[in-house]
Design a protein around this ligand. Sequence first.
Ligand code: AHG
Ligand code: MN
Ligand code: MN
Length: 356
Amino acid sequence: MSRAPFEHESPSGDLKSVLTLEQFIINQREHFPHATGAFSRLLRDVSVAAKIINHNIRRAGILDVLGETGEVNVQDERQKKLDEIADQELVRALRRGGECCLIGSEEQPETIPMSPDAQAQERYAVFFDPLDGSTNTDVNASVGTIFSVYTLPEGVRPDDALEVVLRPGAEQVAAGYVAYGSSTMFVFSTGNGVNGFTLDPGIGEFLLTHPDIQIPDQPARYSINEADIDDFSPELRDFLRWLKRKDPDTGRRIRSRYIGSFVSDFHRNLLTGGLYMYPATADHPEGKLRLMYEANPMAFLVEQAGGNATDGRRRILDINPEHLHQRTPLFIGSAALVEAADAFLQGRKTEVTGVQ
Ligand code: AHG
Ligand code: MN
Ligand code: MN
């Protein structure tokens, strides 16, 4: 006896879901006060830019897009051609869409006001890391795009001073990332759970494949660049020793994974459980990752998925930003592991279960 297909299931049976990202956003409007037509168009613009970036990345070895531009960006990092392409595509998509009044990008020295006289419909500020993990592009390892969305508070103009325009991460209205991995995924939240969409290259649409993502609490993986271990504080080294102990109940040890592409490391840990760390080091005394377009959006997502994100002391989302390119130490992932890291770093390790 044949049965009727479930809602969003493809009648042909070969697609897991036929709920597109665009349709999902329209359906979400009833749960999300900011989900006006303008907001839907904004997310569509980001997703279109993501498809174009994806197209470039997928053909990177064939097109002349690998290697460096010869330029150094505002963070003193050598810009890759793909960094520049990704930045231009995002700026172009957001400018064309017209919903956005302010942009802040890793690849641009200053914020870019789009329309200083923005009306109510155009009050979105978007911060992004156009291409994250870009040192991985030349060796065909996975990379990503990260974005963070705010609405400017009433009375604030996009060309106002930065300390007025830049808001703590807790005020984000949406955040997400695109992971260009073995498949391309668009993962985002509007503060109502986290949902993941996989690009079907055949039809050019992101389809819902990972509804309501929750980060597992079991410590499956930890991610840190241990080459810097001599620079870590004694407390952090102590925490790492604890983290690597055999679990007294299961006899199992946590595994280590570090791609060096924050989006990919974060994505894996979000799906399988784990902890990503980028502490302060001698080379990066304030941490390496940037608050506005790396730490904040991922902190928003991880909290929506039941996890935690801190700088070792404070909740990331409570930090008051001062600069567009401000850096922060970051401990992000499964709630219990972030809490244990904070306890060690703050000299409260005896509060962690099983620590003498
Ligand atoms: P970006 O490519 O946007 O500059 O970001 C690179 C970041 C992040 O993706 C990654 O986790 C980290 O740099 C890796 O740094 P290390 O090589 O110091 O581990
Ligand atoms: Mn990055
Ligand atoms: Mn980048």
